[in-house]
Design a protein around this ligand. Structure first.
Ligand SMILES: Nc1nc2c(ncn2[C@@H]2O[C@H](COP(=O)(O)OP(=O)(O)OP(=O)(O)O)[C@@H](O)[C@H]2O)c(=O)[nH]1
Ligand SMILES: [Mg+2]
Length: 312
């Protein structure tokens, strides 16, 4: 997309003044480090609040939000510029529908991202879900298989529906800690990130409340029950990831073709065949030969061969 076509980021003016000040401060920090473009990829299961989060960050209603299963499978990139800085956010269709990872959606997303560079991956889920299961792990695995493990160094977990009262008498902090621990664990497992590796670069979590029911502080900024002013906090977390020294992910054909599971083992096939020959086929052949040599032919066979000497 030509730079001139990118629309001005007017949505930023929708934010309360203190939020705007902080956002400009973070963008300034990025520009100082020569980061003039930021491309954020938003992924997650269906209906978790991906599109709503995109709209919240932009301060505009651009991405389609629906309480019901969305029909479209197409990703959508929204670009806005502000003071020489360009923000691209890519909203994607839900990766899970009907209990399975939607491979078709994933393929379309991959093709859409070809030749683009992803600076940050936002993995969205809900804070008010109480369980993780194998499907979560499958989703993480699918993302990891598509873009490589390194994408998690540029990854951030966003938990929506964050304006909640925790169940079972838990405090907000306890509930948040438990939910994030279980989710991060499943991410580690799904992405095959070793514990040590993970401790060296933990995946940050940011809380989000996309609806208007969020409380506000005296500056008019949305505040969560734990006191987090979540919009500036989210943008700060994104900024920190960009400046954490890891590399952005460029999606090229090689990455998309990836370590194809059908190809992965193929180089071993001749070796496996050779081993099979020496350890299985050869001994069996040998045994058969021995058997033949040892064999006493049964009478019926001798008869058929005309050697039964009239015993029938
Ligand atoms: N209470 C609450 N509702 C939310 C929040 N975020 C999203 N929702 C609602 O959840 C529903 C789904 O939101 P979307 O933003 O469309 O979710 P999505 O992940 O883009 O959904 P798909 O594109 O279909 O996968 C909508 O009814 C939203 O209003 C949130 O933070 N809090
Ligand atoms: Mg959506």
């Amino acid at each position: 997309m030509a730079a001139g076509v990118v629309r001005e980021w007017f949505g930023i003016q929708q934010f309360p003044a203190p939020t705007q000040t902080k956002l400009h401060e973070y963008l300034g920090k990025l520009k100082q480090e020569n980061v003039n473009t930021l491309t954020i990829l938003v992924m997650g299961k269906g209906g978790v609040g991906k599109s709503s989060t995109v709209n919240s960050i932009l301060g505009e209603r651009v991405a389609t939000v629906s309480a019901f299963q969305s029909e479209g499978l197409r990703p959508m990139m929204i670009s806005r510029s502000r003071a020489g800085f360009t923000l691209n956010i890519i909203d994607t269709p839900g990766l899970v529908e009907g209990g399975y990872v939607n491979e078709q959606a994933l393929e379309i997303i991959k093709r859409f991202l070809l030749n683009k560079t992803i600076d940050v991956l936002i993995y969205v889920d809900r804070l008010d879900s109480y369980r993780v299961d194998n499907l979560d792990r499958q989703v993480i695995k699918a993302i990891t298989d598509s873009f490589g493990k390194a994408i998690w160094k540029r990854g951030l977990v966003v938990l929506t529906h964050a304006y909640l009262s925790p169940p079972d008498g838990l405090s907000y902090d306890e509930f948040f800690t438990r939910r994030s621990e279980t989710l991060l664990k499943i991410i580690r497992l799904g992405a095959k990130i070793r514990k040590q590796e993970y401790q060296d670069s933990a995946i940050p979590i940011a809380l989000v409340e996309n609806t208007g029911k969020c409380a506000t502080n005296e500056g008019g900024e949305k505040v969560l029950p734990d006191g987090t002013v979540w919009i500036p906090n989210l943008v700060k977390t994104i900024t920190d990831i960009v400046l954490n020294g890891s590399k952005a992910i460029t999606v090229d054909q090689k990455l998309i073709d990836g370590p194809n599971p059908n190809q992965r083992g193929k180089i071993f096939i001749p070796l496996i065949l050779a081993l099979q020959y020496f350890f299985l086929v050869k001994p069996i052949k040998h045994r058969i030969r021995e058997d033949i040599a040892r064999e006493k032919k049964p009478l019926w066979e001798l008869r058929d061969m005309g050697l039964a000497d009239g015993k029938f």
